[in-house]
Design a protein around this ligand. Structure first.
Ligand SMILES: [Ca+2]
Ligand SMILES: [Ca+2]
Ligand SMILES: [Zn+2]
Length: 430
């Protein structure tokens, strides 16, 4: 991993950064600002990231770890100054829907993921629901509404975090170790920032280090980018609710896919290709900003939620990204989610343990394997008359993707072989 990411020079003043209208996300800017206030903060974030990566790698082939679904308790704090900013419940419901689609790879546009990235496109198995109980134990719809007072500005600044404090004209968080707090407000005009979040900066049982502030953990969203059915979205390129998907990615420990630097920087993850910079609200699939030193050239993964591409071309997380987020949900963010073990994929007898998703599908099927050392899997696909129409062998991950998009709609059977064992499952192509 390249560590230059965290050795940032802080000569640029905040006012200069404010002129960068293309920064749809303010996370890296607020992190740099926090480092100025509390030297050592970025180092601490890196340590938590490294710890999560170690945990993710240790669990890479563990079905016990993979079977768990994390169900995150969310509370939306709408802090408004006018009727437009007081967004309706329906918009927040649509945001929850978007999150549940994108973090489960149930998004209708998942078919747009290019073929070369399908082997690393992952279902994060993370879900979101509005809190049903408030901190006092009373029933709630998971939405609070507060008349805000951003203290003399036109909106709330990402750098003072006033929106997170009732005393400063905002709304105090619900306990940040039990809820994902999402503040919705007008983020100060001129910054061009549509949202920001802090990554986990303190693992459990660590002494409080510099910069860590539990009262500020959460996500802030500029009100017009929430949900996908907002009546007057700020811009069509950010109208599909994916600013929240992106910011929650940061909140769960992910960095920008280009590593906030040039081709010499990265995001610390192997299955996201290097990129030279953010892709600014474009869908340029020809883009290949960093040349591979050897082997085949790999284009930039512009469809990754942690890029700045147009919402309409974002459609995937990778396995390594999922590994970080799930590791954070076992450590720094452990208190915010309920755990559900999906019974359909529990570690049952080998013969019933294949998990296919989605099923039915328009052609791409993700096949997840039982808990054995994944070194010698073979996957075969048969049609209803027993002809083998596809096969893969030498599979070394516990998951693979079968592409039947060139085959007719109908019923097929996928067979998984490992040594002397095999199991079969019916799949349906729409
Ligand atoms: Ca990478
Ligand atoms: Ca490349
Ligand atoms: Zn970001």
């Amino acid at each position: 991993m390249k560590s230059v990411y965290f050795v940032v020079l802080f000569s640029a003043c905040i006012a200069a950064q404010a002129q960068v209208n293309q920064n749809r996300c303010g996370t890296f800017d607020v992190m740099k600002y926090k480092e100025q206030q509390s030297p050592g903060y970025l180092h601490q974030v890196r340590q938590v990231f490294n710890q999560a990566q170690d945990l993710a790698q240790a669990q890479a082939h563990s079905r016990d770890a993979y079977d768990t679904i994390y169900n995150i308790r969310c509370v939306f704090h709408v802090v408004y100054q006018n009727v437009d900013e007081n967004i309706p419940d329906s918009v927040i419901y649509s945001q929850i829907e978007v999150l549940n689609e994108d973090y489960r790879r149930l998004n209708a546009d998942s078919f747009k993921t290019r073929g070369l990235f399908l082997p690393v496109a992952a279902d994060a198995r993370i879900q979101f629901q509005l809190a049903t109980t408030d901190p006092d134990g009373n029933p709630t719809n998971g939405i609070t509404r507060t008349v805000g007072n951003p203290q003399g500005f036109l909106g709330f600044s990402p750098f003072d975090d006033n929106v997170k404090s009732a005393a400063l004209g905002g709304k105090d968080p619900w306990p940040t170790d039990r809820y994902l707090n999402i503040w919705v407000c007008s983020v100060l005009n001129g910054f061009g920032v549509l949202g920001y979040a802090y990554p986990p900066d303190n693992a459990p049982n660590w002494p409080n280090g510099s910069g860590s502030d539990s009262a500020k953990q959460g996500v802030v969203l500029h009100y017009p980018v929430v949900g996908r059915n907002f009546s007057t979205p700020i811009d069509a390129t950010v109208a599909k609710g994916r600013s929240a998907v992106h910011e929650i990615g940061h909140y769960l420990g992910l960095r920008h896919i280009w590593g906030d630097g040039d081709c010499t920087e990265d995001d610390g993850l192997a299955d996201t290709p290097d990129a030279d910079a953010a892709h600014q609200q474009t869908c340029d699939t020809a883009s290949n900003t960093c040349t591979e030193a050897s082997g085949p050239q790999v284009p930039d993964m512009i469809e990754n939620y942690m890029d700045y591409s147009d919402d309409r071309c974002l459609n995937m997380f990778t396995y390594d990204q999922v590994g970080i987020m799930r590791a954070m949900l076992q450590t720094s963010r452990a208190g915010i989610a309920d755990r559900i073990v999906e019974t359909s994929i529990q570690d049952k007898a080998w013969g019933t343990a294949i998990y296919v998703h989605p099923n039915p599908s328009n052609g791409m099927f993700e096949i997840t394997f039982p808990k054995i050392t994944p070194a010698d899997y073979q996957v075969e696909v048969f049609n209803t008359v027993g002809e083998r129409i596809a096969s893969q062998s030498g599979i070394t991950k516990y998951v693979t993707t079968v592409d039947l998009s060139s085959h007719a709609s109908g019923i097929y059977y996928v067979r998984l072989n490992s040594g002397s064992q095999s199991a079969m499952k019916k799949i349906i192509k729409n």
